[in-house]
Design a protein around this ligand. Sequence first.
Ligand code: 8OZ
Length: 364
Amino acid sequence: MATLFDPIRLGDLELPNRVVMAPLTRNRALADGDVPHALNAEYYAQRAGAGLLVSEGSQISPEGKGYAWTPGIHSAAQVEGWRKITDAVHARGGRIFIQLWHVGRVSHTSLQPDGQAPVGPSAIAAETRTFDGKGFVETSTPRALEMGEIARIVEDYRKAAENARDAGFDGVELHAANGYLIDQFLRDGSNRREDAYGGPVENRVRLLGEVLAALTDIWPASRVGIRFSPFSNANGVEDSAPMATFSHAIRKANEFGLGYLHLVEGQTGGPRDLPEGADIGALRRLFDGIYMANNGYDRDLALRTVESGEADLIAFGKAFIANPDLVTRLRKAAPLNAPEKETFYGGGAEGYTDYPTLEETKAA
Ligand code: 8OZ
């Protein structure tokens, strides 16, 4: 029987424990060029005790951006910036994957190159808001991608995967959750295409398959993970048959032998409740690799879930924001610092690198 604190192998990578830092958008890249910098390196390095760190979503192209001050992984300056982070994490004995992100329609013209409309599978607005650097704004109605443009998007993912390698990451996680581009293609509510990328689920998973082929061209498949949120309506996505859609998507992932499947269980960042007919266990069992569970886990649920074999890894979000030494605290059943919502997105060190460790609290 494995416990939360036992090591596990992800391909040829040894993770010393099963506590993962979930991908967390913090909007603290440099305003000029969406470049990660020293403060971000300090933040990730403080959390290097995780079995694995998954970076915040990082746009693969200027078009893939949907919020102010999120980092990119498409320019030379961004690669150099990320190198500071991977070096700092490795120096503290950690491992870090980058989450590759294209927001699709969840963007605003003011965040897009030349003020263009964002792109999506179909010209249907997301009915959600984004942050443009000044406040929250309704997302702009997207333009439907032309068939001939899809190869360019796949190429952007490939280049981002190469950049991730050059930046010193240990692997990549494909962000296919929370109503962003890949998720928009998967679901029949946002994908109304009538070409080879829309209609039946076999077509709706096509982009996913092409992107995974590109990522596994660059990385050993065990160093590629994927995140879905099958029963979440984050950013206004809907699907008429999520069990069928995500069963297909997971079978598609199996074709590439990916390292891990990461599921947001329930509503992203919200309740763990599932709709009628939803079965996380059934989806998990379809997958051939390691299973990373996420959403609303506390210590007890995490311990039980790993000990029962229902999950191999547990990804913690808010708890990792507030507790740089989360693994130590979980091990000791020590109290946790409470996360401060006001400083989740944007700003500087406050609410970012200034949460104390247990030792710092004792010393104070
Ligand atoms: C919170 C705020 C902005 C973006 C996600 C990348 O939900 C995000 C995100 C979360 O996956």
